[in-house]
Write a protein that binds this ligand. Structure first.
Ligand SMILES: Nc1ncnc2c1ncn2[C@@H]1O[C@H](COP(=O)(O)OP(=O)(O)OP(=O)(O)O)[C@@H](O)[C@H]1O
Ligand SMILES: [Mg+2]
Length: 287
């Protein structure tokens, strides 16, 4: 980000303010007073959230509490009823996709369910964002980059020739991740990346996410129901309930919050099992 600021050095103050990243740089996503309403149904009201640079923030909450709608509001696919959202210091509310282009260039998204284009091969899917932002890029380079992104996502480059319906569930997730990584993002949105994977596949995907975060310095907004994922890779967790983020912190901090849903979620049988397996993994690493 410091480099980006340098490039703007000679501009009159205010001229390029729209795209100047957050000067203190520590908060990548800032949501304030968010409201989302569909007809009579109020999904969010007075929702606040900060996602810090370099963290994996897990977002949890019961089904239908509005996790996906929150993500869609942040990336500008859903115009909120009220409130403010900024990403890298750039306001997202009330902007067209075109206006938000500079910010969209800096993130990658893995949608719930993968959302690969079924009529395109895997390689062509990965190339979609590249073609959008670099329309003059030649086919050879497109193929090289998509092959590289597939390998980064744990797939064999030969998977690029396949169509999505020829892939297993786990391979589809990896292909979706490869597409999300196409533009070398600073920020990654993952909506239920391990849903529908067997436990081994889910753990492998978690490791992949953590490895990418560490190697590439990514900030990750990660919606999940998967308690193992929360324990294994999330730096902090935000809990969505009652139309807002009712608590955010490390799992240890959340365990001290006096709230029935949080207590049941983390200390119920599944929560305890996840904690136990996370502890075992730590011990094995230490040994
Ligand atoms: N475009 C829309 N129009 C009307 N209602 C919507 C729309 N999008 C979402 N909703 C409603 O908003 C609520 C929150 O939906 P959302 O998909 O964000 O839930 P979620 O927390 O992601 O759930 P899950 O864990 O099942 O994925 C739901 O009641 C849903 O029906
Ligand atoms: Mg959802």
């Amino acid at each position: 980000m410091a480099d980006d600021l340098d490039e703007l050095g000679d501009l009159e103050h205010g001229e390029a303010l729209e795209e100047v990243p957050d000067p203190d740089g520590d908060v990548v996503i800032r949501v304030r007073g968010l409201k989302n309403q569909f007809g009579e149904q109020v999904v969010h009201e007075g929702l606040n959230l900060d996602v810090r640079r370099g963290e994996i923030l897990g977002v949890v909450g019961g089904s239908g509490t509005g996790k996906s709608v929150l993500m869609r509001s942040i990336i500008g696919l859903q115009q909120p009823t009220a409130g403010e959202v900024s990403v890298f210091g750039a306001p997202m509310v009330g902007r067209s996709e075109e206006e938000a282009r500079g910010v969209r260039r800096s993130w990658g998204i893995l949608f719930q369910g993968g959302a690969l284009f079924s009529t395109l091969t895997v390689a062509e899917n990965v190339q979609v964002p590249l073609r959008e932002f670099y329309p003059r890029m030649g086919q050879k380079l497109l193929d090289e980059i998509s092959g590289y992104k597939l390998v980064m996502s744990g797939l064999d480059p030969s998977a690029g020739e396949k169509y999505p319906n020829e892939l297993s569930g786990g391979m589809k997730k990896r292909a979706g991740l490869a597409r999300a990584l196409a533009l070398d993002p600073d920020l990654l949105f993952l909506d239920e990346p391990t849903a529908g994977l067997d436990p081994i596949g889910a753990a492998a995907f978690d490791e992949l996410t953590r490895g990418l975060k560490e190697r590439l310095g990514l900030t990750v907004f990660l919606i999940t129901h998967d308690l193992d994922t929360l324990y294994a890779i999330c730096d902090r967790v935000a809990v969505l309930a009652d139309k807002k983020v009712i608590a955010v912190g490390t799992i240890d901090e959340l365990l001290r919050v006096d709230n029935a849903w949080i207590q049941e979620y983390f200390t119920g049988p599944r929560g305890r099992a996840a904690e136990h397996s996370a502890e075992q993994a730590h011990q094995e690493q230490a040994a």
